[in-house]
Design a protein around this ligand. Structure first.
Ligand SMILES: [Zn+2]
Length: 173
């Protein structure tokens, strides 16, 4: 038992710095893409307050007309034991409570997909942080940022259809 515990502690110490670096790198890339897109964005895009989004993404704190008041975003590591982590690479616990909103990054966030997918996940989840749970809004906004920053956007056609986004009023580039 002690051996297992020791091994577990070792693994935690061994994995945590790499994971933290990966999260920071994903945020850095998301910020870069957003900043590249920002000059062409209106003040509000798909119902997302662009200034609040920028503040949330960059400073993890924003003033919200949607939720009311100042909201702080906490980024946490989710575990396999969390039900939502069985389905998602990341998720946001909504609505905020006591001025805090939690972005939970699941193990899948670190293991699956390429850097581009992690960047897209951050762009997508931040829409939920700022503007609530609508999946079509989050996909439309993130795709617009990708398109404006890189000239292309990730194919989310299956997810778009699965969430019934045709006729939602939101659109992909
Ligand atoms: Zn989503």
């Amino acid at each position: 038992m002690r051996f297992c515990l020791t091994l577990l502690v070792f693994l935690l110490f061994a994995l945590t710095p790499a994971r933290a670096d990966m999260v920071d790198a994903a945020f850095d890339r998301a910020i870069s893409q957003f900043e590249a897109a920002r000059p062409g964005l209106p003040a509000e895009l798909f119902g997302v307050d662009v200034a609040a989004y920028r503040s949330a993404l960059t400073f993890r704190q924003f003033t919200s007309s949607h939720w009311g008041g100042t909201i702080t975003m906490r980024v946490e590591n989710g575990s396999e034991a969390n039900n939502s982590c069985a389905r998602f690479a990341a998720f946001v616990s909504l609505p905020p409570s006591d001025g805090k909103v939690r972005l939970i990054l699941c193990p899948q966030f670190s293991t699956s997909g390429a850097d581009a997918l992690r960047t897209l996940t951050v762009l997508h989840e931040l829409v939920h942080v700022v503007a609530g749970p609508n999946e079509c809004r989050a996909m439309a906004f993130a795709a617009r940022i990708e398109q404006a920053a890189t000239g292309r956007f990730t194919d989310v056609g299956n997810y778009w259809q699965a969430n019934g986004c045709e006729g939602s009023g939101f659109s992909l580039p």
